[in-house]
Every structure is written in structure tokens, then in C-alpha cells.
Design a protein around this ligand. Structure first.
Ligand SMILES: C[S@@+](CC[C@H](N)C(=O)[O-])C[C@H]1O[C@@H](n2cnc3c(N)ncnc32)[C@H](O)[C@@H]1O
Length: 205
């Protein structure tokens, strides 16, 4: 799967203006995440986009490092952080594979709407596991195309083939198995409805 930040840079300003597609589900994810936070915690969010989620959580933790491979997304995230006066939030252009943090750096890693876009999903899960402290948590929300209707299932290989947005043909059960195989215990998983993105709370043993 070819993967490039070009399309994400191109759509960044439009993406930032769009309302969250399912506000109730997003709020439930924020609340569930928030319930696991503590003031001394350090978080990493990868594929952070324009930083909306990191900005929500920043007041409740010691520090958040938020990274994305698209400069356009990070530029907007930095503008939003400056406007909010969020001093404990660092936005950087990076992938999780390249991010130069030592192992066991983080209490929590967030990957919202990103796992289905990664060519090397298993390697990324291994990296998330390594970056977490023992007992740390990985929270993710993932589009599972294989559980959706016929049209998205047919479109995914086309988008991949064109090198536009490389959405994986992934099923929820496969995702849970991969997260478990990476060394996590699944603490919770849910979807707001059939075929909707799967939210997973996983704990590093
Ligand atoms: C669907 S958006 C999600 C953004 C944000 N997490 C949210 O929930 O709104 C996917 C984000 O992942 C980034 N991304 C896509 N593929 C990536 C890759 N291979 N490595 C790093 N970031 C990637 C894009 O730049 C984009 O900002």
C-alpha cells in the first residue's frame, strides 16, 4: 500500500472545518478515555490530524506528544494549541515508526482513525506496545471496511490501487486478534452501530 501525506496536506483545512461525523460516539470515546487519565500521565497520539482529541485531553494530563505525517495537519494543530494556550501539548511531523522516544515512555497511546490507513499495521502495534510502560493503555478507533456495506468494501481496493487513501480491508475480529497478538489484553471494545468504527481499550501486560 503506497502511503503519502500529500492527500492529507491537501485536505487538511477542509478536514479541520468538518464537524465530527458522529458527535455522540466521539463524546463517548472522549469520556471513556478521560476516565482513564491522571494528572501525572504522559500520552502519545499518532495520526493526530488537526489535534482535536489531544486538545480535549491536554488539561487532564502532564504532557501529550501528538504526531502526524502531514505537515498541513500539524500546522493547524499548532494554531489550535496556541489559541487554546495548551502549553503541555507538543505537535510534531512524524510517523510512529520514526518517533524518537525511548521504549516505555508513555502511560497511554491514542490511535484515532489511523490503524486502517497503515500498511505495516502489525509493526505499528509492536511499536505502540514498546512505547508503553507496563500496564499502559492503547486506545484506538478504527474503520473496519470488511464489516461495512458492499460499496465501501468494493471501493477500498480501488482507493488503495490508485494510491489515494490506502484503507485496509480489515474486519473488527481481525483487528482485535492483531492487538491481542501484539501483547495486549483487550479491556473493552464497542461500536456505535453495525459497520461503524470500532473503539478498543487495550492494556499492555
Ligand atoms: C482520518 S485522519 C484522523 C485524524 C485524527 N486522529 C482524527 O481522529 O480526527 C487520519 C490522519 O492520519 C494521518 N496519516 C495517514 N496515514 C498515515 C501514516 N502512514 N503515517 C502517519 N500518519 C498518517 C493523516 O495525515 C491524518 O491526519
Amino acid at each position: 500500500m503506497a502511503t503519502s501525506p500529500r492527500i492529507w496536506n491537501w485536505i487538511a483545512r477542509r478536514y479541520a472545518r468538518q464537524p465530527v461525523p458522529d458527535a455522540a460516539a466521539y463524546q463517548r470515546k472522549l469520556d471513556q478515555t478521560r476516565a482513564l487519565l491522571a494528572p501525572d500521565m504522559t500520552l502519545l497520539e499518532f495520526g493526530c490530524g488537526t489535534g482535536t482529541t489531544a486538545l480535549h485531553h491536554a488539561p487532564h494530563v502532564a504532557r501529550i506528544d501528538a504526531i502526524d505525517f502531514a505537515e498541513g495537519m500539524i500546522a493547524i494543530a499548532r494554531e489550535k494549541a496556541a489559541a487554546a494556550g495548551a502549553g503541555n501539548l507538543r505537535f510534531e511531523v512524524a510517523t510512529i515508526e520514526d518517533w524518537p522516544a525511548p521504549d516505555a515512555s508513555y502511560d497511554m497511546v491514542l490511535g484515532m482513525s489511523i490503524l486502517h490507513l497503515l500498511a505495516e499495521r502489525r509493526a505499528v502495534l509492536a511499536r505502540v506496545h514498546a512505547l508503553l510502560k507496563p500496564g499502559g493503555r492503547f486506545l484506538s478507533s478504527t474503520v473496519c471496511i470488511s464489516d461495512m456495506g458492499r460499496l465501501p468494501r468494493l471501493l477500498a481496493p480501488v482507493l488503495r490501487g490508485l494510491g489515494l487513501i490506502p484503507v485496509a480491508s480489515l474486519a473488527g475480529e481481525t483487528l482485535l486478534a492483531e492487538i491481542t497478538a501484539a501483547g495486549f489484553e483487550i479491556e473493552d471494545h464497542w461500536r456505535p452501530g453495525p459497520g461503524k468504527p470500532m473503539f478498543v481499550v487495550a492494556r499492555r501486560g
